[in-house]
Design a protein around this ligand. Structure first.
Ligand SMILES: [Zn+2]
Length: 181
Protein backbone atom coordinates (compact mmCIF):
# COMPACT_ATOMS: atom_id res chain seq x y z
CA UNK A 1 0.00 0.00 0.00
CA UNK A 2 1.31 3.41 -0.86
CA UNK A 3 0.11 6.97 -0.35
CA UNK A 4 -0.93 9.28 -3.14
CA UNK A 5 0.90 12.47 -4.04
CA UNK A 6 -0.86 15.52 -2.55
CA UNK A 7 -1.47 18.43 -4.97
CA UNK A 8 0.77 20.72 -2.86
CA UNK A 9 3.67 18.33 -3.47
CA UNK A 10 2.96 18.03 -7.19
CA UNK A 11 3.08 21.82 -7.56
CA UNK A 12 6.24 22.25 -5.46
CA UNK A 13 7.97 19.43 -7.33
CA UNK A 14 7.18 21.16 -10.64
CA UNK A 15 8.87 24.28 -9.23
CA UNK A 16 11.89 22.40 -7.84
CA UNK A 17 12.42 20.39 -11.01
CA UNK A 18 12.24 23.55 -13.15
CA UNK A 19 15.94 24.08 -12.41
CA UNK A 20 18.58 22.93 -14.87
CA UNK A 21 19.42 19.34 -13.95
CA UNK A 22 20.42 16.19 -15.85
CA UNK A 23 19.06 16.60 -19.38
CA UNK A 24 16.54 19.29 -18.39
CA UNK A 25 17.13 22.97 -19.15
CA UNK A 26 16.30 25.87 -16.80
CA UNK A 27 12.58 26.74 -17.09
CA UNK A 28 12.51 29.95 -15.04
CA UNK A 29 14.82 31.94 -17.32
CA UNK A 30 12.03 33.55 -19.35
CA UNK A 31 8.25 34.08 -19.07
CA UNK A 32 7.75 31.73 -22.05
CA UNK A 33 9.69 28.83 -20.51
CA UNK A 34 8.12 29.49 -17.09
CA UNK A 35 4.49 29.38 -18.29
CA UNK A 36 3.73 25.86 -17.05
CA UNK A 37 5.26 26.40 -13.59
CA UNK A 38 3.55 29.79 -13.24
CA UNK A 39 0.19 28.30 -14.19
CA UNK A 40 0.58 25.62 -11.51
CA UNK A 41 1.33 28.40 -9.00
CA UNK A 42 -1.94 30.10 -9.90
CA UNK A 43 -0.32 32.84 -11.99
CA UNK A 44 -1.62 33.56 -15.47
CA UNK A 45 1.97 34.03 -16.63
CA UNK A 46 1.12 37.32 -18.30
CA UNK A 47 3.14 40.26 -17.07
CA UNK A 48 5.46 38.25 -14.87
CA UNK A 49 8.57 40.36 -14.30
CA UNK A 50 12.23 39.38 -14.46
CA UNK A 51 12.43 40.26 -10.75
CA UNK A 52 9.58 37.85 -9.93
CA UNK A 53 11.28 35.05 -11.85
CA UNK A 54 14.54 35.80 -10.03
CA UNK A 55 12.68 35.64 -6.71
CA UNK A 56 11.13 32.29 -7.67
CA UNK A 57 14.56 30.94 -8.59
CA UNK A 58 15.88 32.12 -5.20
CA UNK A 59 13.00 30.44 -3.32
CA UNK A 60 13.62 27.30 -5.34
CA UNK A 61 17.35 27.42 -4.43
CA UNK A 62 16.47 27.78 -0.73
CA UNK A 63 14.20 24.71 -0.84
CA UNK A 64 16.72 22.74 -2.91
CA UNK A 65 19.38 23.54 -0.28
CA UNK A 66 17.04 22.15 2.40
CA UNK A 67 16.37 18.96 0.42
CA UNK A 68 20.06 18.52 -0.43
CA UNK A 69 21.06 18.90 3.24
CA UNK A 70 18.38 16.38 4.25
CA UNK A 71 19.52 14.02 1.48
CA UNK A 72 23.16 14.28 2.62
CA UNK A 73 22.29 13.88 6.32
CA UNK A 74 23.34 17.45 7.10
CA UNK A 75 21.55 20.09 9.15
CA UNK A 76 19.00 21.98 6.99
CA UNK A 77 18.36 24.64 9.68
CA UNK A 78 20.37 27.44 7.98
CA UNK A 79 18.44 26.89 4.74
CA UNK A 80 15.07 26.96 6.49
CA UNK A 81 16.23 30.24 8.08
CA UNK A 82 17.02 31.59 4.61
CA UNK A 83 13.58 30.51 3.34
CA UNK A 84 11.94 32.17 6.37
CA UNK A 85 13.78 35.42 5.66
CA UNK A 86 12.90 35.35 1.95
CA UNK A 87 9.19 34.79 2.65
CA UNK A 88 9.00 37.25 5.58
CA UNK A 89 7.09 39.84 3.51
CA UNK A 90 4.17 37.44 3.14
CA UNK A 91 1.24 37.60 5.55
CA UNK A 92 -2.03 35.71 5.51
CA UNK A 93 -5.28 36.56 7.25
CA UNK A 94 -8.23 34.36 8.18
CA UNK A 95 -11.42 35.46 6.46
CA UNK A 96 -14.61 34.24 8.15
CA UNK A 97 -17.97 34.02 6.44
CA UNK A 98 -21.41 32.53 6.98
CA UNK A 99 -22.33 29.74 7.13
CA UNK A 100 -19.25 29.15 9.30
CA UNK A 101 -16.58 29.14 6.63
CA UNK A 102 -12.98 30.23 6.93
CA UNK A 103 -10.35 30.79 4.29
CA UNK A 104 -6.80 32.04 4.36
CA UNK A 105 -6.26 35.17 2.24
CA UNK A 106 -2.87 36.62 1.43
CA UNK A 107 -2.80 40.30 2.44
CA UNK A 108 0.84 41.30 1.84
CA UNK A 109 3.73 40.12 -0.29
CA UNK A 110 4.12 38.89 -3.83
CA UNK A 111 1.40 36.34 -4.74
CA UNK A 112 3.96 33.92 -6.18
CA UNK A 113 6.11 34.05 -3.04
CA UNK A 114 2.96 33.69 -0.94
CA UNK A 115 1.88 30.64 -2.90
CA UNK A 116 5.25 28.88 -2.53
CA UNK A 117 5.33 29.71 1.21
CA UNK A 118 1.78 28.40 1.69
CA UNK A 119 2.38 25.15 -0.24
CA UNK A 120 5.52 24.48 1.77
CA UNK A 121 3.76 25.26 5.06
CA UNK A 122 0.87 22.94 4.20
CA UNK A 123 3.20 20.05 3.33
CA UNK A 124 5.09 20.48 6.59
CA UNK A 125 1.91 20.88 8.69
CA UNK A 126 0.41 17.70 7.24
CA UNK A 127 3.61 15.73 7.92
CA UNK A 128 4.26 15.19 4.22
CA UNK A 129 7.38 17.30 3.69
CA UNK A 130 9.50 14.32 4.83
CA UNK A 131 8.34 12.46 1.72
CA UNK A 132 9.97 15.06 -0.54
CA UNK A 133 13.19 13.48 -1.78
CA UNK A 134 16.12 13.90 -4.13
CA UNK A 135 16.67 11.01 -6.54
CA UNK A 136 19.62 8.87 -5.37
CA UNK A 137 20.98 8.83 -8.93
CA UNK A 138 23.26 11.86 -8.60
CA UNK A 139 23.27 12.43 -12.36
CA UNK A 140 19.47 12.76 -12.22
CA UNK A 141 18.86 14.50 -8.86
CA UNK A 142 15.17 15.00 -9.68
CA UNK A 143 12.91 15.85 -6.77
CA UNK A 144 10.16 13.30 -6.21
CA UNK A 145 7.51 12.39 -3.65
CA UNK A 146 8.14 9.12 -1.81
CA UNK A 147 4.83 7.25 -1.92
CA UNK A 148 6.23 4.07 -0.36
CA UNK A 149 4.75 2.92 2.93
CA UNK A 150 8.23 2.34 4.34
CA UNK A 151 9.42 5.78 3.14
CA UNK A 152 12.51 4.23 1.61
CA UNK A 153 12.03 5.03 -2.10
CA UNK A 154 15.46 5.97 -3.48
CA UNK A 155 14.85 6.83 -7.12
CA UNK A 156 12.35 9.14 -8.78
CA UNK A 157 11.69 6.23 -11.15
CA UNK A 158 12.99 2.72 -10.64
CA UNK A 159 12.77 2.07 -14.39
CA UNK A 160 14.96 5.06 -15.27
CA UNK A 161 17.28 5.51 -12.28
CA UNK A 162 17.09 2.27 -10.31
CA UNK A 163 18.28 0.16 -13.21
CA UNK A 164 22.05 0.21 -13.78
CA UNK A 165 21.79 -0.14 -17.55
CA UNK A 166 19.35 2.76 -17.80
CA UNK A 167 21.45 4.90 -15.45
CA UNK A 168 24.44 4.48 -17.75
CA UNK A 169 22.36 5.45 -20.77
CA UNK A 170 20.85 8.43 -18.95
CA UNK A 171 24.32 9.53 -17.85
CA UNK A 172 25.66 9.43 -21.39
CA UNK A 173 22.67 11.45 -22.61
CA UNK A 174 23.28 14.00 -19.84
CA UNK A 175 26.97 14.16 -20.74
CA UNK A 176 26.18 14.58 -24.42
CA UNK A 177 23.78 17.37 -23.56
CA UNK A 178 26.35 19.09 -21.30
CA UNK A 179 28.91 18.93 -24.12
CA UNK A 180 26.60 20.36 -26.75
CA UNK A 181 25.20 23.19 -24.59
ZN1 LIG B 1 16.06 9.87 -11.03
Amino acid sequence: MSSTVPPEATTLIALLNSRAHAIHAEKLDSPEHATEVLRRLGHAGIGVSAAQLAELRALRADLMAVLTAEHDGEDPAPFWAAFTARTSGVTYQQQYAAPARVSLEQVTGDPLVGRVARLTAELIASGQWTRMRLCANDVCSSVFYDTSRSRTQRWHSYEICGNKHNVARYRSRARLRAETD
